[in-house]
Design a protein around this ligand. Structure first.
Ligand code: SF4
Length: 293
């Protein structure tokens, strides 16, 4: 008999919940088109629903007319974009997560204090791009192996992390920087991984160790979802990314009695419920096949 163990925190994190609520309210209130520069959050299933409610995703501000409403995404926007939007006189609705805003403030502070800013995260991610804009010349480091010897020696440094970084990587990078740069003059370390991320990662670890297969529900575009997948796989090889109900659950569930289920921060509760429903259908089908043998 198949049993499904759900993580305690199912559905959006607080930052994504807030962002989606504001966007939906704006779509209801607005009499003209509402635009978003790129996706507001990293989940295509949610974006599809918002588009049906008339959110218009654009890749550039070029064709937007003055006074149009523009949503600024939950993961933050670069200064370049903010300045361009203000120049065009767009009506801005900023849904940047408060945790992301806090990291931005810390980043500016470190930069103003004259420290070399080191960001532990993925430089291609929009959150990090926005931080690099606030602290020009900042270093980004994705993994401990990237750290070179003596690059920060005789310097004052400030280290922050992407909000969705894993604690293991963050601490390993900090330790590696210090070991390879013994003559660093001053170090300011801010663990800026958000609380929601920390809780989800801890839960993923616990679940991975107690089930036959772990399903991470979320998008391959989402940084925190991909990190949950890595965390799960280190403990349990049968950890799978499930983006939507089209996933090959027959294969995933084969020979598994205990299934664990956790979702990325931008995965809605309704999608998790749909997957649970699908799991039950597949489990019944597998059971039937088994009894027909
Ligand atoms: S994962 Fe954390 S930082 Fe990102 S939106 Fe959610 S609460 Fe905010």
């Amino acid at each position: 008999m198949l049993s499904v163990k759900l993580a305690k925190n199912i559905g959006f994190c607080s930052g994504v919940r807030r962002a989606v609520d504001i966007v939906e309210e704006t779509l209801i209130q607005s009499k003209s088109k509402v635009y978003s520069l790129g996706p507001v959050i990293h989940n295509p299933e949610v974006i599809k629903r918002l588009e049906k409610k008339n959110l218009c995703i654009v890749n550039s501000l070029d064709n937007l007319e003055g006074s149009s409403t523009l949503i600024l995404p939950s993961h933050g926007s670069s200064r370049k974009i903010l300045n361009a939007a203000k120049k065009k006189n767009l009506r801005l609705i900023d849904v940047t997560c408060p945790y992301v805003s806090l990291v931005q403030k810390i980043c500016v502070l470190l930069h103003k204090q004259g420290l070399e800013v080191i960001i532990v995260g993925d430089r291609k991610h929009p959150e990090i791009k926005a931080l690099l804009d606030l602290a020009p010349g900042a270093y980004t480091i994705d993994k401990p192996e990237d750290i070179k010897e003596n690059i920060f020696s005789y310097k004052k440094i400030g280290i922050i992390s992407q909000t969705t970084q894993t604690k293991d990587v963050f601490f390993a990078v900090v330790s590696e920087i210090l070991q390879k740069n013994p003559k660093v003059l001053e170090v300011h370390v801010y663990n800026t991984i958000c609380l929601d991320t920390l809780h989800r990662q801890d839960e993923a670890k616990k679940l991975a160790g107690s089930v036959d297969a772990l399903l991470i529900i979320g998008s391959s575009l989402s940084a925190n979802t991909k990190r949950l997948l890595c965390i799960g796989r280190k403990i349990n090889k049968r950890t799978y990314l499930v983006e939507n109900e089209k996933a090959n659950l027959d294969k995933i569930l084969k020979n598994a009695n205990k299934i664990g289920l956790i979702n990325g921060a931008s995965t809605p509760q309704w999608l998790v419920k749909e997957i649970v429903k699908k799991i039950k259908e597949v489990a019944e089908k597998l059971l039937k096949c088994h009894s027909d043998l």
